[in-house]
Design a protein around this ligand. Structure first.
Ligand SMILES: *[C@@H]1O[C@H](CO)[C@@H](O)[C@H](O)[C@H]1NC(C)=O
Ligand SMILES: *[C@@H]1O[C@H](CO)[C@@H](O)[C@H](O)[C@H]1NC(C)=O
Length: 296
């Protein structure tokens, strides 16, 4: 027993082990070995360093977006001519990153609170019995007064009168001129980790004259609405009737191995209106109601 322990100790401390190298003089083994080394080298240099840039750090930029529309439109409806400038057709008014440009509208002039008949097709009636006082339907304009109006054969409602007639949507859209309105986008970003600030107002474009074009002027930050709609894969006249949503993605994928002057924005346009199959026909496009007080 004692000698076993002594043996183990002497083996541990007094013996030295080393692997023995064997040189194989064989072509095939040599080639396979070098090939494996080459594959590992190509993987590390080619994929990890050059393609994936595994040695780099990445930083997420923080950015701000500010917009400004320009353009004037004219409409003539029932012999009344109107001028529409930015203040009239952009909602909300102040250079937001998300906003609405009005391209079509239904105007109901001189509305006042009172009692008036519903639209044809909504709450039809033959006599007062068909109109239960106090009844209200979600799609209606107001609460029923209990009267049936004989001229329209619809129930009378307590509402803003006359009620809006949205059964016929103007087509072509009234503000088709919006196709030529321009949108100016001012976008600044910073990469905090690298202490780099960039803006989409690139020196080499002339903001007074340029208009964005995907091939000829890809850096101009002034966009024709018609172009934005076209590049998002839609037809302006079709979209402008019922409305729709479009997203503009400003892509700043920058590689600071190179000079920062190569860090430039890329604009992408995406239609956000669904694929038609999922969208129900009863709620196409985008619309909202607002009340405008005009003082003459
Ligand atoms: C937009 O401008 C072009 C060129 O100036 C013109 O031909 C076109 O009729 C304009 N579109 C609208 C809807 O006014
Ligand atoms: C929606 O309208 C289009 C044409 O206007 C029609 O082809 C389609 O079948 C409609 N879809 C549904 C779900 O009603």
């Amino acid at each position: 027993m004692r000698s076993n322990i002594a043996d183990a100790i002497s083996t541990f401390f007094l013996e030295y082990e080393t692997p023995r190298q064997v040189v194989v003089k064989n072509r095939r083994v040599g080639v396979v070995c070098r090939l494996i080394q080459l594959i590992v080298l190509v993987y590390i240099i080619g994929w990890v360093f050059i393609y994936e840039k595994g040695y780099q750090v990445t930083d997420k930029a923080i950015g701000s977006v500010y917009t400004k529309m320009k353009g004037v439109g004219y409409t003539k409806v029932n012999g009344v001519q109107r001028v529409w400038d930015v203040d009239d057709y952009v909602f909300p008014e102040q250079g937001d990153a998300s906003f609405v440009v009005m391209t079509n509208y239904i105007m109901t002039m001189g509305q006042q609170q009172g009692n008036c008949p519903e639209l044809p097709g909504k709450h039809s009636c033959q006599s007062d019995e068909d109109c239960e006082e106090g009844d209200y339907r979600r799609g209606g304009h107001g609460m029923l007064t209990g009267k049936c109006v004989s001229e329209t054969k619809t129930c009378e409602v307590s509402a803003w009168c006359p009620v809006e007639n949205d059964l016929v949507v103007p087509d072509p859209p009234l503000l088709m001129a919006a196709e030529n309105f321009t949108l100016f986008i001012k976008n600044s970003i910073t990469f905090p980790m690298f202490g780099i600030v960039r803006s989409n107002l690139v020196k080499r474009v002339n903001l007074r004259t340029c208009v964005f074009h995907e091939d000829e002027a890809p850096l101009c930050p002034i966009f024709r609405l018609g172009d934005i709609v076209r590049l998002s894969g839609f037809n302006f006249q079709e979209l402008a009737v019922q409305g729709g949503a479009i997203g503009i993605l400003i892509d700043w994928t920058c590689d600071f191995d190179w000079d920062r002057k190569h860090c430039l924005p890329k604009y992408n346009f995406h239609g956000l209106y669904g694929d038609g199959e999922l969208m129900s026909n009863s709620s196409v496009g985008y619309n909202f109601r607002c009340r405008i007080h005009v003082t003459l």
